[in-house]
Design a protein around this ligand. Structure first.
Ligand code: ADP
Ligand code: MG
Length: 322
């Protein structure tokens, strides 16, 4: 058997749980979205040296490759149907592949997102991983970026800053106190949990949503641009990961507002929906925090607890910066 087919058979051929679906092994995968639902599709590339360290634990990488895609479905309020996986690999390392596949499969089964196909090829340099997820969503109530309204509350789920702090420590850009919870921060970076349950429960309750992959300030900026409005964040309300108090103030703000790889949701909703949102969050088992308000005038304003302007000398993660 050609090594490519052997690799697919050994590591990526799992039973597809749903009848009416066709998974790995034919020219195309087949599935039927439930009647009246719109198909939601998202894809993400992970490039070695750019999005992950070459020596990262392959099980975590398998998890994260799917998690970042499921996070996009979550931010749309969509429910997963299945996924496909593209792999470009410099060599065939069955130990690495088994661990990668196990991390991927554990999350796929947990999220109800079976692997339905993919493509595998040899690369001339490092590893590249491309995952595409398919989901379905209420066609009228998807959580689109252009649906925010002035006067909406601005919310975030979970806590911010841990993944960024981990990355800065691993890149040796920050030195932090010896008792800083670097392992917990690293877990946040390498093992993000997509907020599918929350996203689905926000449908019909929230207006706009986005997942925080490039940093709250930058990702919220996409909602502001698409919805043609502005926002004001009270920085004293931002929910921060444990251990960030040990950082200096500039680093803290950078982690909270500029830190990427969070995969929590930022969303807007009318103030009348506060109870419904707290209930949705309780049902999903996640913390949500109201951090600001959407405003009619363009731009993002940052204020402290007394309403004084906070200078914003940071940027979200910029893919095209050197
Ligand atoms: P084709 O030549 O039609 O593109 P391939 O030989 O590339 O088919 O793939 C054979 C089958 O294995 C297809 O069903 C494809 O979806 C699946 N497949 C290939 N690579 C992967 C992968 N990395 N993960 C899951 N399925 C894969
Ligand atoms: Mg192919």
């Amino acid at each position: 058997m050609a090594p490519e087919f052997d690799l697919i058979r050994r590591h990526f051929t799992w039973p597809v749980p749903q009848s009416g679906m066709l998974g790995v092994g034919d020219d195309c995968a087949l599935f039927l979205p439930p009647a009246g639902r719109q198909v939601a599709v998202s894809t993400d590339l992970l490039v070695e040296g750019r999005h992950f360290f070459p020596d990262v634990d392959p099980r975590s990488l398998g998890h994260k490759s799917l998690a970042v895609n499921l996070s996009d479905l979550a931010a749309m309020g969509a429910q997963p149907v299945g996924c496909v996986l593209g792999l470009a690999l410099p060599d065939i390392d069955h130990g690495w592949l088994a661990a990668f596949a196990s991390g991927f499969r554990t999350l796929a089964e947990h999220a109800g997102c079976p692997l339905l196909g993919g493509d595998t090829t040899r690369s001339l340099s490092g590893r590249t991983i491309s995952v595409t997820v398919f989901g379905h969503v209420d066609p009228l109530q998807a959580l689109r970026r252009d649906a925010a309204q002035p006067g909406d509350d601005l919310w975030v789920s979970g806590r911010l800053g841990a993944a960024h702090a981990a990355l800065q420590v691993m890149l040796e850009k920050w030195s932090v106190p010896a008792d800083a919870p670097v392992q917990d921060w690293r877990q946040a970076l390498e093992h993000p949990e997509p907020q599918l349950a929350l996203g689905q429960r926000l449908v019909g309750v929230a207006h706009a949503a986005i997942d925080i992959s490039d940093g709250l300030a930058q990702d919220l900026g996409h909602i502001l641009a698409a919805s043609a409005c502005g926002a004001c964040i009270d920085c004293s309300l931002l929910p921060e990961a444990d251990g960030l108090q040990a950082l200096d103030e500039a680093q803290r703000l950078e982690a909270l507002l500029g830190g990427g790889d969070v995969y929590q949701l930022c969303f807007t909703a009318a103030p009348e929906q506060r109870d419904a949102i707290l209930q949705a969050a309780a049902e999903a088992g996640v913390q949500v925090t109201r951090v600001g308000t959407m405003e009619p005038q363009a731009g993002l304003r940052l204020v402290d607890a007394r309403g004084q302007a906070v200078p914003d000398g940071f940027d979200g993660f910029d893919h095209f910066r050197a």
